[in-house]
Design a protein around this ligand. Structure first.
Ligand code: NAI
Length: 298
């Protein structure tokens, strides 16, 4: 099976470096017309410039692909909408949105300013929402869309010193869970990526041998699959890195039911190990399913 993106228009945010660059190159190499969004700037989001986006556009064109740059930030509604406008003005529509843009402002929570907290949440979570919000009416009207949000094992499992980043990275999963339900009727598939890659964001944490195994282009096949017409999966979290690909899911323990009387604090204390035991567990696909199971005790 050869997967192609001919006549598809893709937006990749933060595509001037690292993972976004690799996603943009792969999509373009398979025929997608790509908006390479990147305002430039350092890992902490300070500064800016056109070089990062321009360089990736030049690489795509040199390989025979089609791409245009966009230098807007995802982190404000108007500039995020302008990214989508660039796609429409340049290529007439949008089919694929890869929300990849990201920054880091790591600090232990007691040393973290609320400004650094807000900024990281704005880029990762609100930026994802703003860009997707601007594209959504187009995807809905054409009854076709593929959206990727970029989560992180930092949000899913936890990383010391990343309360802002980890929180924002799991927020995009909650966002996806709602849009999965809202988009299904319109053939809009939305999935979350949890990547691991050696980029300027992570390279200082890794040895040279590990860096080589974690090339960003080893992640992009997962993203391209999620952006393809062939992908009929929606609302899942996908781990990808170093050539390993794996779905991540939440499970809820069978738990303990106290029936026929009001449960007490002691009931919880006495049963805590059983409440925590996920050896028998269930997976729910909507909050309604979970509430129904809790209420019925099934
Ligand atoms: P990177 O720093 O190489 O790339 C991030 C890109 O986003 C940069 O080019 C930057 O200019 C751009 N960007 C920053 N603020 C922006 C804004 N307001 N609007 C548009 N673009 C903006 O980092 P990397 O590693 O490629 O990260 C890509 C995504 O993957 C991020 O969302 C990151 O949080 C996520 N991620 C990366 C992991 C890794 O192992 N590298 C692990 C988990 C998640």
């Amino acid at each position: 099976m050869t997967i192609r993106f001919d006549n598809r228009v893709a937006i990749v945010t933060g595509a001037g470096n690292g993972l976004g660059r690799a996603h943009a190159l792969l999509l373009a190499s398979r025929g997608a017309k790509v908006v390479v969004n990147d305002p430039g700037g350092a890992v902490d989001g300070k500064g800016g410039g056109h070089a990062a986006a321009d360089q990736v556009v030049a690489e795509i064109k040199a390989a025979g692909g089609e791409a245009v740059p966009n230098y807007d930030s995802v982190a404000e509604p108007a500039s995020a909408a302008n990214i989508v406008k660039t796609a429409v003005d340049s290529f007439g529509t949008v089919d694929i949105v890869v929300n990849n843009a990201g920054v880091l402002r790591d600090k232990t929570f007691h040393n973290m300013t609320t400004e650094d907290f807000d900024f990281v949440v704005k880029v990762h979570f609100l930026g994802t929402a703003y860009v997707t919000h601007a594209a959504w009416p187009i995807l809905r009207a054409k009854a076709y869309g593929r959206v990727v949000v970029t989560s992180s094992n930092s949000g899913i499992y936890g990383t010391f010193g990343q309360a802002n980043y980890g929180g924002a990275k799991l927020a995009v999963v909650g966002f996806m869970n709602a849009l999965r339900l809202e988009g299904q009727k319109y053939n809009i598939m939305i999935n979350a990526l949890a990547p691991v890659a050696a980029t300027r964001m992570t390279e200082s944490l890794m040895t040279p041998e590990v860096l080589d195994k974690l090339r960003p282009e080893f992640v992009s096949p997962m993203v391209a699959w999620l952006c393809s017409e062939q992908c009929q999966r929606t609302g899942d979290i996908w781990s990808a890195g170093a050539g390993t690909f794996a779905r991540i899911e939440y499970r809820e323990a069978e738990g303990v039911r106290i029936a026929g009387r009001a449960p007490t604090l002691e009931d919880v204390a006495e049963n805590i190990d059983k409440i925590a035991d996920v050896s028998a567990s269930r997976v729910f696909r909507t909050s309604g399913e979970e509430v129904a199971a809790v209420v019925s005790g099934s």
